[in-house]
Design a protein around this ligand. Structure first.
Ligand code: FAD
Length: 366
């Protein structure tokens, strides 16, 4: 149990790309803080990605501050990135405590109280960096509970070997669905459904297109709406490893089914489709339930962040409580965004600490 008398300048929740970047910059600026991470080991969500996702499959992992990230290779991302994070934590002596799963954060006067079981940390500011991986999203369809086959979400993808010889229905229009189909279609029977027709991208995904996508998400967050995934608005591309599946017709998508039945799905026109497995590649939501006591959500259902003119990924400060920064949220929910937001959050924390310190403390700090 942490002493009730000791007050930290900041607590970072989460030690993925966003939390590590924030901690690095807080440490550099001399901010007394801890990083609380729910996982047993370093690696953030990357340690939980499926085994066949290699460093050639991922869009690319951006550098953490001051330390280059591993590049493309056939090695599994769930080994390479956690090793990079582990090295980073020890190389920069980041104050990470784990495993600590934060249950709730409450306000107590000027302070925030971060609770995990019977432990608590009292702090002047908070940097939330809890990502999305722990909140897989499965949309509700009539009959979903009656399905007798297997259902998996991306977060629990069991790998192609497990699905071999089965008829697999892949649901979702994002990059994960494209990758699953690329891997599965050559070894088993697949069928792809999406709500909207997929947006295929022929061109190279350049800086401008990236900025346009991030700006779209930033605008949603500014309006207090739940953020869409940055990766979901960048469009889809087929890579070399997906060509075989493309030749097999795996990317001829169908619109969503109307209902799920015990042995398959029913289309809107009444026809029946037998399937053995439903693979929900339907994304994630921001893992921010532990912040609920702070009442940060706006009427739109999302947490609005103060916009930063000219730098959409630097928007990290919660409009309804400026003591709270959100990194890896909305426009910064990518590895590059998370790294940038970590820096912005640390600057915002320092500014807030300075503005709330007594004149004597400010003079000492300055
Ligand atoms: P995470 O890596 O999820 O880290 C969050 C940390 O918070 C975890 O360690 C977790 O244990 C901890 N945590 C969560 N809740 C609590 C709690 N209550 N208390 C304490 N700790 C908690 N982006 C790219 O830029 N390039 C890519 O190639 C790419 N590929 C992707 C592939 C997949 C399949 C997915 C789903 C996403 C991908 N993204 C990619 C998006 C990218 O992974 C994320 O935006 C980024 O890595 C998230 O970093 P993060 O630090 O915000 O979250």
């Amino acid at each position: 149990m942490t002493s009730r008398d000791s007050v930290l300048d900041s607590v970072v929740i989460g030690a993925g790309q966003a939390g590590l970047a924030a901690s690095f910059h807080l440490l550099r600026r001399g901010v007394d803080h801890v990083v609380l991470d729910a996982d047993r080991r370093p690696g953030g969500a990357w340690q939980h990605r499926w085994d066949s996702l290699t460093m050639e499959d991922v869009h690319g992992v951006a550098d953490l501050p001051a330390t280059p990230a591993p590049g493309r290779s056939p090695a599994p991302a769930n080994v390479v990135v956690p090793a990079y994070f582990a090295d980073y934590e020890s190389r920069h002596a980041l104050p990470v405590l784990r495993p600590v799963r934060v249950d709730r954060v409450e306000s107590d006067g000027d302070l925030l109280v971060v609770r995990a079981g019977d432990r608590e940390w009292r702090t002047r500011t908070l940097v939330n960096a809890t990502g999305t991986w722990t909140r897989p999203f499965v949309p509700h369809y009539p009959g979903i509970g009656s399905f007798k086959g297997e259902q998996f979400h991306t977060a629990h993808y069991p790998g192609a070997d497990h699905l071999r010889g089965k008829r697999v229905l892949v649901v979702g229009g994002g990059a994960s669905a494209v990758q699953f189909l690329g891997e599965l279609a050559p070894v088993t029977s697949t069928l792809w459904v999406t709500r909207q027709p997929p947006l295929w991208r022929e061109d190279d995904f350049d800086r401008e297109a990236g900025l346009a996508a991030v700006t779209l998400v930033a605008e949603r967050v500014r309006r207090g709406l739940p953020p869409a995934s940055v990766v979901s608005v960048t469009g889809l591309a087929l890579r070399e490893q997906e060509q075989r599946a493309a030749e097999l017709g795996a990317y001829e998508r169908r619109p969503m089914f109307a209902a799920i039945e015990p042995d398959g799905v029913r289309w809107a026109d009444g026809a029946f489709e037998p399937v053995d497995v439903i693979l929900w590649a339907t994304g994630f939501r921001a893992a921010v339930d532990h912040l609920a006591p702070l009442g940060l959500r706006s009427s739109g259902g999302g947490i609005a962040l103060e916009p930063v003119p000219g730098n959409v990924q630097a928007a990290t400060t919660a409009v309804l409580d400026p003591r709270v920064q959100l990194v890896g949220y909305g426009p910064s929910a990518s590895t590059i965004g998370a790294s940038r937001a970590g820096r912005a959050a640390a600057s915002a924390v320092v500014a807030l600490l300075r503005s709330s310190a007594s004149p004597r403390e400010s003079a000492a700090a300055g």
